[in-house]
Design a protein around this ligand. Structure first.
Ligand code: IFM
Length: 468
């Protein structure tokens, strides 16, 4: 039984229990902010292709310009510095650094990240690199994509190109962001690039993503000077049965198994969860594991990145009471919990965040966690000066950071928190319609204006650091 964090003033008090050494950051990803999609040698990623496929992305939006960060990077770093954070988590665009996904490094492409790192360090902000945030070079998808084993080896080669150039100044390295999204949304649901709809492909993608993580981690560690920290970021939630019925408990087990344990267990225990392996076998699917893969995947890591947005309640029956769908597969249906929702329709459940973190600390001990993403989209209304009084987003941060502090008090080893996102950006299939930023971006002028949540975040960091 976990204890939920309180709201309001009590939440602020709980936040002040965080240690002065706690890391505070803001996060972004390459395709969502950079723009300059075809400059300086960058080639297409699966997202460039997906955006150009009719009806895939809201309003036909794409990342060609996005927040134009590629051209405005020094000004954006200035902004990051003004927020008082100590860490900036960004991702590197694979097709910018290694056009076509093969061959040598593109000097102009890596040069951008080289300058970004220098700018950050000059502002006393630690760079935190994510190597893969969903922008697979299109050529590698054409050769089979993540369902194909070779892609894992290509990823490790690319990782080394980036590591060789930046390791002298970058300590924190995340291999993959949210492999569940790459595999399940990209290859099964089809709501993300490359937009395939094949469950077996998605399961094969899971294994090759994890293999790519392990290969890259091993190679980077072998080449690293002491002091580097390696990890992976998973998007995790909670899966609670709607009732005590066997169907609902089974639905929650499957959701947790496919959403969380299918990643956590091989990474941190060196084996896939037996119940999920059996479920997959019932569907005629086998994880494409070869000898030695699980040792590679479970290569030691220093940090587990956790991205949290919501938690869900599951029923094992559809609205008509059936326990199987038309294909004969068991039903795992999310049931609304009657909680307020964000503009994404995601229920706001900070108590589930505490529950998740305490569970991770208990079930997977020994690996410190950093919250590499947490945040919310709301329908912002700017005033005449472009300022957004985003009370709901500010409350969201207050409640969720308090939830982190509550989890720490209950034993979870959490070392930092990064707000998603630094600024409004391209929200994938939702295009520019959903705004997650603590800084508003006017896409007409590219003007950046910190919202109330940014000011609250800055002041909160200051208070925690000063111990006041
Ligand atoms: O914008 C995304 C991010 O790219 C990955 N994690 C979830 C965010 C909000 O949907």
């Amino acid at each position: 039984m976990t204890t939920a964090a309180p709201a309001g003033t009590a939440a602020e008090e709980l936040i002040r229990t965080l240690p002065q050494s706690f890391r505070w950051g803001v996060a972004t990803s390459a395709y969502q902010i950079e723009g300059a999609a075809f400059e300086d040698g960058r080639t297409a990623s699966i997202w460039d292709t997906y955006c150009r496929t009719p009806d895939m992305v809201h309003a036909g939006d794409h990342g060609d310009v996005a927040c134009d960060h590629y051209h405005r990077m020094p000004e954006d770093v200035e902004l990051i510095g003004s927020l008082g954070v100590d860490t900036y988590r960004f991702s590197v665009s694979w097709p910018r650094v290694q056009p076509g996904g093969a061959g040598p490094v593109n000097a102009k492409g890596i040069g951008f990240y080289d300058r970004l790192v220098d700018e950050l360090l000059a502002k006393d902000v630690d760079p935190w690199v994510t190597l893969y945030h969903w922008d697979l070079p299109q050529e590698l998808e054409d050769a089979g994509g993540w369902p194909v084993r070779e892609t894992a080896y290509r990823f490790a080669d690319y990782a080394m190109l980036v590591f060789d150039k930046l390791q002298d100044r970058v300590r924190d390295w995340t291999t993959l962001n949210e492999p569940w999204c790459s595999a399940m949304l990209g290859y099964y649901v089809g709501r993300q690039a490359p937009g395939r709809q094949n469950f077996a492909d998605a399961i094969h993608a899971v294994h090759h993503l994890l293999l790519g993580h392990g290969l890259a981690t091993q190679r980077m560690r072998a080449a690293a000077n002491p002091g580097h920290e390696f990890g992976i970021t998973l998007n995790l939630g909670t899966a609670t049965p709607a009732s005590d019925s066997i169907e609902d408990r089974e639905a929650a087990r499957r959701a947790d198994g496919l959403g969380a344990r299918l990643y956590l267990d091989p990474l941190l225990r060196g084996r896939y969860p037996a119940d999920i392996v059996t479920d997959l076998a019932d569907r005629g699917i086998e994880l494409p594991v070869q000898d030695g893969d699980l040792e590679i995947i479970s290569a030691p890591i220093e940090v587990l990145g956790v991205n949290f947005y919501s938690g869900h309640v599951y029923s094992g029956r559809d609205e008509q009471g059936n326990t199987r769908d038309a294909q004969g597969n068991p039903i795992d249906r999310q049931i609304p919990q009657g909680k307020p929702v964000t503009a994404m329709g995601w229920e706001i459940v900070p108590e589930r965040f505490t529950e998740l973190l305490v569970r991770l600390g208990r079930d997977y001990p020994g690996v410190p966690m950093v919250i590499t993403e947490n945040g919310s989209a709301f329908a912002d209304v700017p005033d005449a000066d472009g300022f957004v009084e985003d009370t709901e987003r500010t409350d969201y941060f207050r409640q969720h950071i308090a939830a982190v502090a509550a989890a720490r008090e209950q034993g979870a080893d959490i070392r930092g928190y990064f707000a998603w996102s630094l600024m409004d950006n391209f929200e994938w299939a939702y295009g520019y319609d959903k705004r997650f930023g603590i800084v508003r971006v006017d896409y007409e002028t590219q003007r950046r204006t910190p919202k109330r949540s940014a000011l609250w975040y800055r002041d909160t960091i200051r208070q925690v650091r000063s111990g006041s």
